[in-house]
Design a binder for this molecule. Structure first.
Ligand code: ZN
Length: 395
């Protein structure tokens, strides 16, 4: 009996132990499922989000010259300008539907007067752009597109000859209300100075840009990247021989490489500086930061890079006018023209940011009317030199 009881107790003890073990395993499984796994997932997601944020910042810098946060900061004329351009583009659809041309004409005139009084960049830019958009008409845009799709033919003509879209329309007796407005809108006093700058070249369009500049006897500034093919070498030479300014825009234009450390920045800078010196015999002293000096994607403090440039006696230039050719919006040549002109209109001294890449055909198409309008009105269009007061975005 006694033996049987002991055996039963033993069995119950074993089964209880077994149950305790089961409960322990269950608790461990629950802890793993509800605590450890979510924690690990959170950590993984945190790093994932960080890397995505970085990618977004890089894309934003590529398109707007500023990170997402920086895009909405005030006092950032060029970026604000780009943002306003986008806002108004979406607004134009409504305006086109309204077809309220007479009112718009009055508005534009009023706004022109207001612009003269109001020198605040943002306000003025917004108004000018709004007036631009308000007088937009789809058919007219199409018509002008057709006219402007002949930059090569036009560029072959002499500077004195009429080759401009607006003038062509006049000559053909097709002068529209919008053309009137455009002409009226861009009458500047000739005390203005404009510096046209082209980033990211050489490209297949560099030769066309140089031809157009020659036609109008205008000198510009090219912030180039590093290329070693025969054509690009020829373009570096042509820029210098043509009396234009040749500046450095980094060898690689790769944010990860350039802004990784001061050492990497120096390496990239020196590589292009040496290349340009070997090709042209000229030591470049102008620099434009990829993404502008106001970018904040780099691991390295931009001030360190600026100190390095100072030490090398290199001056960096940002911009205060954009034509919008790097905003990710596919602007027509007319829109690029009006974007640039609206910016030039509100500044006494404009440094205009444009891009010279294989995809910026519309920028080349918009250049002819820009050059024509500026030169016809006797505005100083000059290359950047060490005597020019730099425009700097960095705080
Ligand atoms: Zn660039």
């Amino acid at each position: 009996m006694e033996q049987e009881k002991t055996a039963a107790d033993k069995e119950s003890l074993i089964s209880r132990r077994h149950r305790v073990k089961q409960i322990k395993v269950t608790i461990i499984v629950l802890i793993v499922v509800f605590l450890i796994l979510p924690t690990i997932l959170c950590i993984i997601m945190f790093f994932k989000v960080q890397s995505l944020q970085k990618q977004i910042d890089m894309l934003m810098i590529e398109r707007y010259g500023k990170t997402y946060n920086g895009l909405f900061e005030k006092n950032h004329e060029s970026i604000a300008h780009a943002a306003v351009v986008q806002y108004n583009t979406s607004k134009s659809a409504k305006d086109i539907l309204n077809e309220n041309n007479k009112e718009q004409l009055d508005d534009t005139n009023k706004e022109k007067e207001t612009d003269d009084i109001n020198k605040k960049a943002m306000t003025s830019e917004t108004k000018t752009l709004e007036s631009k958009v308000s007088d937009k008409n789809t058919q007219e845009i199409k018509k002008q597109n057709t006219n402007m799709e002949e930059p090569n033919d036009i560029s072959k003509e002499s500077a004195g000859k009429s080759g401009n879209t607006i003038e062509n329309n006049q000559a053909n007796g097709k002068k529209s209300e919008k053309d009137n407005l455009l002409e009226k809108k861009y009458i500047f006093d000739n005390s203005k100075t404009v510096y046209l700058t082209f980033d990211d070249g050489p490209s297949k369009y560099t030769a066309d840009i140089l031809d157009l500049l020659d036609t109008y006897n205008v000198k510009a500034t090219f912030f180039v990247i590093g290329k070693t093919d025969k054509y690009s070498i020829e373009m570096y030479k042509r820029i210098i021989e043509g009396g234009h300014s040749l500046g450095i825009h980094s060898y690689s234009h790769d944010y990860d490489k350039i802004y990784n450390s001061l050492e990497d920045f120096e390496k990239d800078f020196t590589k292009l500086s040496d290349l340009l010196y070997d090709i042209t015999g000229y030591i470049p002293y102008l620099y434009r930061f990829p993404g502008g000096s106001g970018n904040s994607v780099g691991k390295v403090d931009i001030q360190e890079l600026i100190q390095f440039l100072d030490k090398e006696s290199v001056i960096y230039f940002d911009w205060n006018v954009v034509n919008g050719d790097a905003t990710g919006v596919e602007y027509s040549p007319e829109e690029l023209y009006t974007n640039a002109m609206d910016g030039i209109k509100i500044h006494n001294t404009s440094i205009v940011l444009m891009h010279d890449t294989d995809t910026k055909e519309n920028t080349v198409k918009s250049l002819e009317p820009i050059l024509k309008t500026l030169t016809e009105q006797g505005i100083n269009v000059l290359p950047i030199t060490d005597e020019v007061t730099p425009i700097k975005q960095v705080k």
